[in-house]
Design a protein around this ligand. Structure first.
Ligand code: CUA
Length: 328
């Protein structure tokens, strides 16, 4: 191989290896006790694997260097018993000890730390329902319903009850805890806890259809007072009645605006859509240009999503964009 090919291969491998590191969706940048335990276990597993891999490579190198000589490196004569010893130690004893140790640590310590909280042990429960391809978020005890943005108070244990409206999805906010599957007819639970206020990105972790990759969410961990204010605002009905276009063009068949005649249950609740930072499960920023682009042809922006192209007129798009952006 020519040096340039070797160099570019190494560079490419490094890019691939490092591309997943860091960021607001990395399990290696934990922001809670549960995810710290997972990250620590992962680093230990990586370190042990590296030692084992280096050992195997070392043996391979020795074998290649001595490929023209008979016997083992240390004892030239009567290597039979030493051979057997090496196989027993490196092939059986060490793997057994390593795997049993990892099993014990994972099962009796890490899983305990990441387990779902006892049903009544948390001050807050949030319901998350998976849909192709967005997250519906409900706050039991209040009328608040939002989409793709989960607000929680920081430094507070939150019980997340996850289920699905259609196929299997998987709820995963890597910086806060392990993933949990959303299975039809079942209610799985996971603990969300954030050490400090911040924004943590989550992603659907189970292939669920064409737009699985664009099924993301943000978890906003806020100081308690900010969270309470946010929840009160989200519980309120829509600030204004929808324009005629919303009812006439078919939007109301799929979307709810609490406090208005729009009661569709297919797409996200839009009662406070103006307060969100993105639309279409983090596919586009929530600004006028992007919302207009989305309304004009949602299938072009996110092919395969459930929102049809309604062939809206420019005047209707302008009226709808102004209205949706006003719903804070
Ligand atoms: Cu939902 Cu993948």
């Amino acid at each position: 191989m020519r040096p340039t090919i070797v160099a570019s291969s190494v560079l490419l491998a490094l890019c691939a290896a490092l591309a997943g590191c860091g960021g607001d969706q990395s399990p290696l940048a934990p922001q809670s006790r549960a995810s710290r335990e997972i990250a620590t276990l992962w680093w230990w597993m990586l370190a042990i694997s590296c030692v084992v891999f280096a050992g195997a490579l070392g043996l391979l190198a020795i074998a290649w260097l001595r490929r023209r000589r008979e016997g083992l490196p240390v004892v030239e004569e009567g290597g039979g018993r030493l051979n057997l010893g090496l196989v027993v130690v490196f092939g059986m004893a060490i793997p057994l000890v390593v795997n049993v140790a990892l099993f014990v640590v994972a099962n009796f310590f890490v899983i305990k730390q990441t387990e779902a909280p006892a049903a009544t042990s948390t001050p807050l429960t949030v319901q998350v329902v998976g849909h192709q391809f967005f997250w519906e978020v409900r706050y039991p005890g209040t009328p608040a319903v939002t989409a793709n943005e989960i607000h929680i108070p920081a430094r507070t244990r939150v019980n997340v009850v996850a289920t699905t409206d259609d196929v299997i999805h998987s709820f995963w906010v890597p910086q806060l805890n392990r993933k949990i599957d959303m299975i039809p007819g079942r209610r799985n639970r996971v603990l969300l806890y954030a050490d400090r206020p911040g924004v943590y990105r989550g992603q659907c972790a189970e292939f669920c259809g064409l737009e699985h990759a664009r099924m993301a969410m943000y978890v906003y961990a806020q100081p308690r007072a900010d969270f309470d204010r946010w929840l009160r605002a989200q519980a309120a009905p829509a600030a204004a009645a929808p324009p005629a276009a919303f009812m006439r063009d078919g939007c109301a068949a799929c979307h709810t605006l609490r406090g208005t005649p729009a009661r569709g249950a297919v797409g996200p609740d839009l009662t406070h859509v103006g307060s969100r930072s993105t639309i279409a499960a983090l596919t586009l920023p929530n600004d006028r240009a992007a919302v207009a682009e989305w309304l004009r042809d949602p299938q072009h922006v996110k092919p395969g999503n459930r929102m049809p192209n309604l062939h809206l007129s420019d005047a209707d798009i302008r009226a709808l964009v102004a209205y949706l952006e006003s719903l804070n």
